[in-house]
Design a protein around this ligand. Structure first.
Ligand SMILES: [Zn+2]
Length: 226
């Protein structure tokens, strides 16, 4: 089985995109691409793009689109991306989406299948505010869905579990509002190009995976049907 189209997962933080992207990439043997990881890789390798990105990342500033898209184009030109790859959380803005479209056309990819993970804000706030991170090893737990064996302590190393400031309910609400402002035009854009599918991200992991494979088959992304 092989995937025939690039896959793009969009959706708010906490909607389960990362988990599903990992599972899909593993199942089909295609790369799971995250722009954060690609940027860190370029910085580590000291490439020209990496050298431009490094000071910005160190100052916590946004890396401009031309650098990010340069890194994306370089990555999807490699052999392992020949027919498909899964983007998780990219593109985020309209200019990124439009430039990505140009790159995909130039590289002779089929049009991407975009899956929008829909989850209401209250559910996301509940999920994310339940996260606890190990202060030693960084392992992530969830008091609702994946609690540690001993409350407040990491199973692996006994480290104290803390709530990151980004995961506090009021911060999560602000992040979700910002996400909506930035990403809703993107969803409308992909809807207008006919490449958008939607999945209910509040269902459990297995159920979401099952619905995703149905979506892939229906949209000719799955090699068996294409
Ligand atoms: Zn730990």
């Amino acid at each position: 089985m092989a995937l025939k189209r690039p896959i793009i997962f969009v959706g708010p933080p906490g909607a389960g995109k990362g988990t599903q992207a990992r599972r899909l990439a593993e199942f089909y043997g295609v790369p799971h691409l995250s722009t954060g990881e690609m940027l860190r890789d370029h910085v580590a390798r000291g490439t020209e793009l990496g050298q431009r990105a490094k000071p910005l990342m160190e100052r916590g500033e946004l890396v401009p689109d031309d650098i990010v898209l340069g890194i994306v184009e370089e990555r999807i030109a490699r052999a392992d991306c020949a027919s498909s790859f899964v983007f998780d959380g990219f593109p985020r803005t309209m200019p990124q989406a439009q430039t990505l479209d140009e790159i995909l056309k130039r590289r002779n990819f089929r049009s991407p299948l975009v899956v929008n993970f829909k989850v209401d804000h209250d559910t996301l706030v509940y999920r994310i505010a339940g996260r606890r991170t190990c202060s030693i090893g960084g392992e992530v737990y969830n008091v609702h869905e994946r609690p540690p064996k001993v409350e407040g302590r990491c199973d692996k190393d006994g480290g104290e579990l803390i709530q990151r400031s980004d995961d506090r309910a009021e911060v999560v609400r602000d992040r979700l509002a910002a996400f909506d402002r930035q990403t809703m035009p993107l969803v409308d854009y992909y809807r207008s190009t006919g490449d958008l599918a939607e999945v209910d991200g509040s269902a459990d992991v297995e159920e979401v995976s099952k619905r995703l494979s149905e979506i892939l088959a229906r949209h000719g992304a799955d090699g068996n049907r294409a």
